[in-house]
Design a protein around this ligand. Sequence first.
Ligand SMILES: Cc1ncc(COP(=O)(O)O)c(C=O)c1O
Length: 386
Amino acid sequence: MSYELAYSTFGEEEKQAMHAVIESDMFSMGKNVKEFEQQFASFFGKKYAVMVNSGSSANLIAVAALFHRAENALKAGDEVIVPCISWATTFYPLHQYGLKLKFVDIDLKTLNYDVDELKKAISPNTKMIVTVSVLGNPCHFDEINALCEQNKIILFDDNCESMGAKYNGKYTGTSGLVNTFSTFFSHHISTMEGGLVVTDDYEIYCLAKSLRNHGWTRDQDEGSPIYEKKDDDFFEAYRFILPGYNVRPGELQGALGLTQIKKLPRLIDQRRKNAAYFVDKFKDDKRFIIQHEVGESSWFSFTMIVSKETEITRNQVFSALDKHEIKYRIITGGNFLEHDVIKYINHEVTKSDNASYAHNNGFFVGNAPIDLTESIDLLCEALHAI
Ligand SMILES: Cc1ncc(COP(=O)(O)O)c(C=O)c1O
């Protein structure tokens, strides 16, 4: 037996959904994508969702949209606070649009912002805070929302690894002015590749739709606030208003999304059952710090950080996992400050000790919406043998 990092969630329904698209012979963005966007927004109690080809693209067009608002637009040089641990494409669009990144340390237990450090990092130049609920575990949104409100700071919630998680009964990915999701294969629902921008702000919704589609006016509503329609159909048909991208999803992805969103509650439920088993096995094991749940995590995976008190090393752990065919990997992207690419990024760091510790002593093993009892038993056996 082996224990993988991720497992497919596709069954007959997904094959049928893809087959129906093939039969229709209509592959580029159309009614399935639109219907999925509506269902996705409504599932999360938000007004608008814009689907794109990845979570990374969702971050890109969400940042771009914030630069093109009529009022309170971001501008190059503004300061944005980010956590030290996240995925690379949380950071890249911020850098690419000329923002200055201020990195804040994480809490070793939750793996999310150390909220005291976050408070200290806020300056008069801070225009935006990016929250990342790491691996399904919600950030402390009440406190962070309050900080944003008090200081007139935009909240951007990169929820790409935490679909279905809740803080104080409210879904993560719904508190920000903009919120992003990923539907990549290993995530809570899969459209193979895919992502969404979710917002209640109509202007941002219109901007995001144009930015994903060549900066074109093609799928703008009548009365869109981001441009004024003229009386010349010839030019109106190919009118470009924003320096945008082509990051559209296809109909296969839209159809998969429609099938998968129906399953989301069940998929999360199974992930939580696995998590309860994992936590029960490791909560008293002093050799490891496991992720401390805040609110209701949607448990992307199970993190383990070799604790300072133990004599075992991470390499010993890796050898044991290899021997038992248990796959493991870095926690999200690790401490981003430790990657070579950081030399290109205009940034400042307040403190990063915990992120470094997690980077150099931590790892995660997989969770998935299937019963992982035997895999977790195998993990216990492997770690017991060290
Ligand atoms: C926090 C975070 N943001 C963005 C992304 C990018 O999503 P995608 O892989 O769909 O591009 C990921 C990917 O896992 C992520 O974890």
